[in-house]
Design a protein. Structure first.
Length: 195
């Protein structure tokens, strides 16, 4: 005898399977969106580094980015040399080297993204650096939280680390002498950095 329709058990099984698929795809979509936001923020810093390089050349003065911790996150300003001796942290704080824009925060343009590291295990720095990343300083440009671009087309060398606060980690590596900028992504599965 032919049946029309579904039994209550069949409908419940179909509903449960649909719920599982929807929740799985929503979680996957959330991870994809978080990765896209973090990658976009890293690429924006790479573009900003190049723009500041050309600005320093065109204005014939040192310009740069001055970073400062602000609670759980960081903020930064674009700064310019005010007295011809390059950028100095003390002079930025005193107003001799002046702020041209800011303060800026990564999370303003990219929801959930911040300068920093994801929680969890030890992550090595981007090669050729050695050791283990950690701590609270994602601005790895020497002791000062200042990136300087000279009128001769050179810059500070170092790495800026960005995270979604969960699993994603990107590094924007600046090689100051040749002004090469590379964006790296930490591959959690392979436990290595990729470009």
């Amino acid at each position: 005898m032919a049946r029309n329709g579904w039994s209550l058990l069949e409908a419940l099984v179909a509903l449960v399977l649909t719920g599982i698929l929807v929740s799985w795809s929503a979680a996957l979509a959330g991870r994809v969106v978080a990765d896209a936001h973090t990658a976009a923020a890293a690429r924006e810093f790479a573009v900003l580094f190049q723009a500041l390089r050309w600005r320093s050349v065109s204005e014939n003065r040192h310009v740069g980015l001055f970073f400062e911790p602000a609670g759980e996150t960081w903020r930064w300003w674009e700064v310019a040399d005010g007295n011809g001796n390059g950028l100095r942290t003390a002079e930025v704080r005193d107003g001799v080297d002046f702020k041209t824009s800011g303060p800026h925060r990564v999370s303003t343009a990219h929801r959930g993204v911040r300068l920093g590291f994801p929680p969890g295990g030890a992550i090595p720095p981007i090669p050729p650096d050695r050791g283990v990343l950690g701590g609270v300083d994602p601005v790895r440009f020497g002791r000062a939280d200042l990136i300087s671009f000279s009128p001769r087309g050179r810059a500070s060398s170092g790495t800026l680390y960005l995270t979604d606060g969960q699993h994603r980690l990107y590094g924007v590596r600046l090689f100051g002498v040749g002004m090469r900028v590379r964006v790296w992504r930490w591959d959690e599965r392979e436990m290595q950095w990729r470009r």
